[in-house]
Write a protein that binds this ligand. Structure first.
Ligand code: GLA
Length: 376
C-alpha cells in the first residue's frame, strides 16, 4: 500500500499493552467516531502486540487470536471496525517471537499475510524482536512486504525496526508505507524531545509512499497505562503534537480515546496542525534558526497554497525568547516583504510581521504559525 500522506489512527500499545479485548476495541471504534476523530482523519485502529494465543494452531500452523481476549475471533472485530468506517490494523514480528513473546512471523510470512487478509486487516505493524542473527532487516522486511503484496488484500506495511541498520537508506525499497526510526516512547517530556531531535537529519527521507514514524503519541495519556513515566503537562503535550505535525510523522494516538479529555481532543483535532501534517506536498521542514544544540530551534515548512508553517520551540528548561530573521526563509529585508501570521493553536489573526519575529516562550513550550508572504 502506498500512502500519499502520513497515516493517522490509534494504536493500543501505549495505554493498554497486553490488556486488550474485543470489547475494548469496539468501544474505541465507537469513541473514535463519536468524538469526531474519524472525520478529522484518524482512520486506522491498530491492535498491537499480545493479541494471539501463545502458540500457533497445531493443525493449521496459523497465528490465532487469544480465545479469552477475542472470543468471537478477529474477523468479527475487523467487521465491527469496518462498519464504523475505520480501517483495521494488526501486529506481528520479523522474528520467531514478538517483543512480548507471542508467535512471530519468521519463516511463516506468506501464511501469516494470508491469515491477516482473512482477518480483514488493512495495516500490519511489523516489529523486529527475536530474529535470527543471520537474517538481516532488509531481507526480512522485503519478505513480509512481498507476502502482503500477494495476499489478496491491500495492507499497509508499518515497519518497526527502531532505526537499526540505517533503515532510512533502504526501507523505501521494501514497499513499507511507514517505518519506526527510534526506540520506544514513554509518557515524558524527555522521551518525546529526544525521539524528535534524534531524527532531525532524517525527516528528509519522509515522502509520499513511506513516512518516518517517530512512534505513537503519548498526548493525553496523563501518565496512565503501559508506557506511563513522568507524565506530561498540557503545554508539553501541545509541543509533542505540534512537533509530530511539523515532522510530517504518522499520528497514531496512544491515549485511551474512550476517556480522552476535551483539551486533548481539541488539540489532536486542531485543523491548522492537521493541515500542516497532512499537506499534500509532504515537503520536509527545515531548521530556520538553530540555538542551544537544537533545543531552541525555529522550524519552517513550505505548504501548498504558497503558505509557510513556522514552529518556534523552547525545549530547554527555562523561559526564553526565540527570534527568527525572515532572511532565514529566503526573504531579505531589501525585498520589502513581510509575513501575515495566523496562530495555529487559536486560529487568531496575528497581523503582519516585518523583517523578523521575536517570540517569548515558557520552558518546553512552542508557538506555531501559518504564514503568507505579503508586501509591506
Ligand atoms: C516493540 C515496539 C513497540 C511495541 C512493543 C510490543 O517494543 O517498538 O512499539 O509494539 O514492541 O511488544
Amino acid at each position: 500500500m502506498f500512502p500519499k500522506k502520513p497515516p493517522l489512527g490509534f494504536n493500543t500499545w501505549n495505554t493498554f499493552g497486553e490488556n486488550i479485548s474485543d470489547a475494548m476495541i469496539r468501544e474505541t471504534a465507537d469513541a473514535i467516531v463519536e468524538k469526531g476523530l474519524r472525520d478529522a482523519g484518524y482512520e486506522y485502529l491498530v491492535i498491537d502486540d499480545c493479541w494471539s494465543e501463545k502458540q500457533r494452531d497445531p493443525v493449521t500452523d496459523k497465528i490465532v487470536p487469544d480465545k479469552v481476549k477475542f472470543p468471537q475471533g478477529m474477523r468479527a472485530v475487523a467487521d465491527y471496525v469496518h462498519s464504523k468506517g475505520l480501517k483495521f490494523g494488526m501486529y506481528s514480528c520479523a522474528g520467531v517471537r514478538t517483543c512480548a513473546d507471542y508467535p512471530g512471523s519468521y519463516d511463516h510470512e506468506f501464511l501469516d499475510a494470508k491469515t491477516f487478509a482473512e482477518y480483514g486487516a488493512d495495516f500490519l505493524k511489523y516489529d523486529f524482536c527475536y530474529k535470527p542473527a543471520h537474517a538481516n532487516g532488509p531481507l526480512l522486511y522485503r519478505r513480509i512486504s512481498m507476502a502482503l503484496e500477494n495476499c489478496g488484500r491491500d495492507i499497509l506495511l508499518s515497519a518497526c525496526n527502531w532505526g537499526c541498520d540505517n533503515v532510512h537508506d533502504w526501507i523505501r525499497t521494501t514497499g513499507a508505507g511507514m517505518y519506526r526510526s527510534t526506540g520506544d516512547i514513554s509518557d515524558s517530556f524527555v522521551s518525546f524531545r529526544d525521539i524528535f531531535l534524534s531524527q532531525i537529519d532524517n525527516y528528509c527521507h519522509s515522502a509520499p509512499g513511506c513516512f518516518n514514524d517517530i512512534d505513537m503519541l503519548t498526548v493525553g495519556m496523563r501518565n496512565r497505562g503501559n508506557v506511563a513515566a513522568t507524565g506530561c503537562s498540557d503545554l508539553e503535550y501541545r509541543t509533542e503534537f505540534a512537533l509530530w505535525c511539523m515532522a510530517g510523522a504518522p499520528l497514531m494516538l496512544g491515549c485511551d480515546v474512550r476517556t480522552m479529555d476535551d483539551t486533548t481532543l481539541q488539540l489532536v483535532k486542531n485543523p491548522y496542525l492537521l493541515r500542516i501534517n497532512q499537506d499534500e506536498a509532504c515537503r520536509t521542514m527545515f531548521v530556520a534558526q538553530q540555538e542551544h544544540e537544537n533545543l531552541h530551534n525555529v522550524y519552517a515548512r513550505l505548504l501548498t497554497d504558497h503558505e509557510i508553517a513556522l514552529m518556534f520551540t523552547n525545549l530547554t528548561d527555562s523561559p526564553r525568547r526565540q527570534w527568527l530573521p525572515f532572511d532565514a526563509l529566503g526573504l531579505p529585508v531589501a525585498v520589502k516583504k513581510g509575513l501575515h501570521l495566523t496562530n495555529a493553536f487559536t486560529g487568531e489573526d496575528c497581523g503582519i510581521a516585518k523583517e523578523y519575529m521575536h517570540v517569548p516562550l515558557q520552558a518546553h513550550d512552542c508557538a506555531v504559525f501559518i504564514a503568507k508572504v505579503v508586501d509591506v
